[in-house]
Design a protein around this ligand. Structure first.
Ligand code: FAD
Ligand code: NAP
Length: 866
């Protein structure tokens, strides 16, 4: 095999091309594929057999929670044809038999060294090799080093006072005895109610004479309805295997299920109930929580689904106090891994089963005889037991990686590099550790997906990468600092628009004391992730540096720059193949915008919404007033909608105005100024000035505070707002205390780099902008059309200017902010990373815009505060 315990050779020639650590589902396939690519490899495995998770976790009731038909390899059709699962959710012994069968079928064992724990790995820049040392004294030198060590393979310590003192039998679900445990007639304590506890408790209760469950945090669990394989799925797979497997690969979670198309807010009460009933009846991970598409992003939707599940828990448990203890309330549903159970809740109806809620009576200490808990008054209750089962979980995702002493370039260890949280490029590689690959590492979909699909994708990507390296004459690959930082940012951006970070979960590292709180997996979806990995390769290993005999090559860059929800929306729009606005007549374009607007979330409720008219420059104009629910009077924001002087209305910007009203606590008066081409330049600007004057003159009647008037607008609305502000300054009134300008049009006289950089693909295109200007028919050299061209910007009210990174108008907004500041106007400028022209105002559609709108509101509040 090319290695030897007594080997003292210098670290020059590698013994093997690749060392793989771990012989679970990942390591087995990695070895198989490397062999197919004619690369020499050795697998080092701590256990005495293959199987990984399914080797170690032998507790009663252990089975998969993704249906077996989906939770298996798909790389070989013949392997699939040869294996039939006996149940919808196979048991641990059956899954272990399957992995053993795979090892035998491809004759993998000769290249696996069992009972061999890897302790350290050291990179040498001189020889471009890794030297891997094990607890058996072996040393293996390899060109490439693959950690297939699993996301859930390092058990977490019990962390309970006096744990060593207990005199009875102690078991960890994650290290269960191979010959099983017979609890018949025993008093048993189970500590922990995650998936492992929830699966094992009903079966332990069947044997034990007394079972006491110690629960710190309840979990949401849904019924498995286990039985024979799902007939519909089996038929779909049998009918067209390739299509079925491809659908899984390009799905959000690695399982071919139709994604929900509506949010909870789009269904009425009866429809919601029907959908949730149907989901509950289906059971499993993708039942009740997958009926709507906003459960993990919208707190209200989440509450509705969580309430439904809590009611189901109450319906199953006889004792109301026990039922309440079992109902999770401290985190959103699905922000922790959902559990899938068989008879979990009804187990508590048995007289010999008792739940101890550790939030009310925490564990004081373990004693020789059992577990002592303390109540609020300080009284101790002792629970004497014969055996304790710890179902206390894992040091997930990073535990196995940092528990090996991996020293990369300049001797920096992985543990040191990741002291504040893991940093990876694609969850596959990390800067400073050349030729090191992780399978399902942090920053990849991993535990948020069907791991079988994610493992195959990673293994295949790594094998392809090594094959490409060999073909291009390179032997070293490492990500760039820029690429890694960009990916870490993107992973965080994805998590930040969800409710996941609100839970103290192992996804956040929160279950291990002292572990940094970072959201570890990539929540952007298996499909998006696969597309990103493919794109990196298509762009000739974007974000990687390769080196070797054929020279160095580096393609620096960031693969995902748009905010994830913006990118998702653009994808949906592209899929719809909508006609361009500029291909329509203004009338058709307005009708089209109205249809689109009717399909969005409505925005927050406010105290009052009232429609009325005010006098414009040449006739009455409609306006809509939004009043906060709080006691008035309130300051006033005069708002002008977007739409390129051609489109838009009070209705088009209604959610944004509600949001501003709600966040600022101000009256918002949204004015429907006249539109081109029917009313070309300067009608819109003249109306804005007239409206502003009228609002100032009617402050008291509107319920406003005299002298507390801010002007605001988005896009062309921000253009007329700036013009109105300049004219007010020149005319000596009305008094305006601030201007909020969101992606404003400020200069039609010339093109800025952003106009060409973002000419296409981000909703507002260069050609649409031309269409707007053409219809407005303005004198672009006049400050009434191009406010940046005003002779002076001095003495204007303080301004907050927001632009978007991927907006043709970005640079003219930035130029206006810079000119205001240069003229001595207090100005705050924000370029919103990863946003487009239309995303900042898309309330409840683009979640990543919410903190930006909060910042807008803060600025306006400051204007009012003076
Ligand atoms: P593992 O199976 O964890 O294998 C890693 C191997 O590396 C282990 O054998 C370990 O001994 C070895 N190893 C680690 N460190 C070292 C070292 N330093 N030296 C030598 N060897 C080392 N996922 C799903 O998608 N669906 C499910 O239904 C599902 N059910 C699960 C149930 C349980 C009880 C658990 C714990 C996890 C479950 N998972 C499930 C996640 C599961 O871990 C993955 O699906 C998959 O089995 C991981 O395979 P792996 O090869 O990446 O890692
Ligand atoms: P887990 O979800 O982390 O649950 C651990 C449990 O132990 C939690 O209830 C935790 O409470 C409790 N706990 C930990 N330390 C404790 C202490 N000192 N005192 C009291 N309670 C303590 O671990 P797991 O159940 O092993 O599951 C881990 C993951 O493995 C799952 O989320 C899933 O991905 C996978 N898994 C899947 C299946 C399946 O159905 N196929 C089965 C098992 C595991 P707190 O929540 O308060 O920390």
């Amino acid at each position: 095999m090319g290695y030897d315990a007594n080997d003292t050779r210098p670290e020059a020639e590698p013994d093997v091309d690749v060392v793989v650590v771990g012989a679970g589902m990942a390591g087995l396939y990695m070895l198989h594929l490397l062999r197919q690519r004619d690369m020499s490899a050795v697998v080092l495995e701590a256990a005495d057999d293959v199987g990984g998770t399914w080797y170690w976790n032998r507790y009663p009731g252990a089975r998969c929670d993704v249906q077996s038909i989906d939770y298996q390899y798909s790389f070989d059709a013949e392997l699939e044809a040869d294996w039939e699962w006996s149940e919808k959710y196979a048991t641990q012994p059956e899954i272990l038999r399957y992995l053993q069968h795979v090892a035998d079928r491809y004759d993998l064992r000769p290249d696996i060294r069992f009972e061999t724990r890897v302790e350290s790995a050291v990179w040498s820049d001189d020889t471009s090799t890794w030297t891997i040392a094990t607890d058996t004294g072996d040393r293996v030198i390899a060109r490439h080093y693959v950690m297939a060590t699993g996301c859930l393979s390092v058990p977490k310590a019990a962390e309970i006072e006096g744990a060593d003192r207990f005199g009875g039998d102690v078991y960890f679900t994650s290290r269960w005895p191979h010959d099983g445990v017979d609890f018949t007639g025993q008093r048993v304590a189970v500590i922990g109610t995650g998936s492992s506890g929830i699966q094992s408790i009903p079966l332990i209760a069947k044997e034990a004479s007394q079972l006491t469950v110690f629960q710190r945090t309840p979990n949401f669990s849904v019924p498995a309805y286990n039985g024979p394989s799902d007939a519909e799925r089996a038929a779909a797979l049998a009918a067209d295997r390739d299509t079925y497997r491809d659908a899984a690969r390009w799905s959000r979670v690695g399982v071919p299920i139709e994604p929900a198309e509506r949010g909870v807010w789009q269904a009425n009460e009866a429809e919601r109930q029907a959908a949730l009933d149907e989901g509950w009846a289906d059971g499993g991970l993708f039942g009740v929580t997958r009926q709507f598409n906003d459960v993990i992003i919208n707190p209200e939707s989440n509450r509705i689904v969580a309430d439904y599940v809590r009611d189901k828990i109450r319906a199953q448990v006889d004792d109301p106090a026990t039922a309440e203890s079992l109902c999770p309330t401290s985190y959103p549903i699905t922000s922790k891994r959902l559990c899938v159970d068989t008879d979990y809740y009804v187990t508590y109806n048995q007289p010999h089963v008792r739940l101890i809620d550790l939030r009310e009576t925490p564990i004081e200490t373990m004693t020789e005889a059992g577990v002592d808990v303390r109540d609020a008054e300080g009284s101790i209750e002792s629970h004497e037991v014969d055996a304790v089962v710890y179902a206390t979980g894992f040091d997930a995702m990073t535990g196995a990686l940092v528990s090996v002493d991996i020293a990369g370039r300049d001797g920096v260890t992985l543990a040191d590099k990741w002291a504040d949280g893991p940093e990876t490029y694609l969850g596959l590689t990390t800067v400073g550790f050349p030729n090191l690959f992780m399978i399902t590492g942090p920053g990849s979909p991993s535990v948020l997906s069907n791991m079988a699909v994610s493992i195959e994708q990673h293994v295949e990507w790594i094998a392809d990468c090594l094959t490409d390296l060999r073909a291009s004459g390179h032997d070293v690959i490492e990500p760039t600092v820029t690429a890694e930082a960009g990916w870490v940012q993107h992973v965080n951006d994805c998590a930040d628009i969800t409710l996941f970070p609100q839970a103290n979960s192992w996804y956040m590292g929160a279950n291990v004391p002292g572990k940094p709180r970072v959201f570890l997996p990539y929540v952007g979806g298996v499909d998006t992730y696969r597309a990103v990995c493919d794109e990196v390769v298509e762009r000739d290993y974007l974000g990687f540096r390769r080196a070797g005999p054929s020279g160095d090559v580096e393609h620096d860059g960031v693969v995902k720059r748009l905010q994830p929800d913006v990118s998702g929306l653009l994808q949906v729009m592209a899929d719809l193949e909508l006609p361009t606005i500029e291909s329509m007549t203004p009338t058709d374009a307005r009708a089209f915008m109205e249809i689109t607007a009717a399909q969005r979330p409505p925005g927050p409720d406010v105290g009052e919404v009232a429609d009325a008219t005010l006098p414009g420059a040449d006739g009455d104009l409609d306006y809509r007033l939004y009043r906060p629910g709080t006691q008035g009077p309130h300051p006033i924001v005069a708002y002008f909608h977007g739409g390129g002087w051609v489109l838009g209305s009070c209705e088009s910007d209604d959610p944004f105005c509600r949001d501003l009203c709600d966040r600022i606590g101000a009256i918002v008066v949204s004015v429907d100024y006249r539109h081109a081409p029917e009313h070309p330049y300067p009608a819109a600007a003249d109306d804005a000035s007239a409206a502003l004057q009228w609002i100032a003159d009617h402050t008291i009647e509107l319920g406003g505070v005299p002298g507390q008037l801010v002007v605001a607008g988005w896009s062309a609305g921000a253009n007329v707002a700036t013009v109105a502000a300049q004219r007010a300054r020149d005319a000596g009134g009305p008094v305006i205390v601030g201007q909020l300008l969101v992606t404003p049009v400020t200069d039609g006289s010339r093109e800025y780099p952003s106009m060409n950089e973002n000419a296409e693909g981000y909703v507002l295109t260069k050609s649409l902008m031309d269409w707007f200007w053409d219809h407005y028919d303005a004198d672009r050299s006049s400050p009434s059309a191009s406010p940046l061209l005003a002779d002076s910007l001095a003495d204007l009210p303080p301004a907050a200017v927001f632009t978007s990174e991927f907006d043709p108008l970005r640079d003219e907004g930035a130029a206006y902010a810079a000119a205001l500041a240069a003229a001595g106007v207090p100005t705050d400028y924000h370029e919103c990373r990863g946003h487009i022209h239309t995303s900042l105002t898309a309330v409840d559609v683009i979640i990543s815009g919410a903190p930006i709108r909060a910042a807008m509101a803060e600025h306006v509040q400051k204007f009012f505060a003076g």
